[in-house]
Design a protein. Sequence first.
Length: 249
Amino acid sequence: MIDYQGKVAIVTGSTRGIGHEIALELAKLGAKIVISSRKAEDCQRVQKKFEALGYPCLGVAADVSSMNDCKALASASIEAFGPVDILVNNAGITKDNLIMRMKEDQWDDVMTINLKSVFNMSQALLRNFLKLRSGRIINITSIVGQMGNAGQANYAASKAGIIGFTKSLAKEIGSRGITVNAVAPGYIATDMTDAITEDAKEKLFAQIPLGRIGESKDVANLVAFLGSEQAGYITGQVFNVDGGLVMQG
């Protein structure tokens, strides 16, 4: 049984979607949760929701592409709940376009929010983890970072970068009892996938061995395991949650 009692977890990009489901799952298992996104009103809304459910929660508005904001988020978390045990780097955006048409700001925005944020948050909390001589860093990447996707060169590059960062950091800090892993979702049910036509869904299902689109809960369950004591001998790994769509030979 996974038990997060006494643990403190920060989940970035956690006011909706996969990040929200991850935060909720960790809270159910007993963790004190720090919610973060760019909009203060969204953070306050989710904090109130969690508190109404009886889960200790702090909402902190932060732009994770800013190192100063990430340091402030780390400080606010430690001040409210004490040392942080788990960091889930989930924040991310898409600004899709073909390379020929992609604007420089579309490239820069995706790279800074998706990739630089992982560096920012990890560095902002590194002394915290080193002092504890333990900790879990879990980075949300994507199968697109492994297989590429037309019209998503910026997104694919940012997610591939997260994989390289994960493996490098795992080697740097493993001797201090800190694990660093990545989770790569495939097609997960969202508002966007709800808008896909039935014909398109059938074609998509035909590519997925398990024959269905994943749920946010599928990702949250794996994150909960990787953040637990049971996963203490796993580091530097990338775990696909994709129904078998991308199989490494």
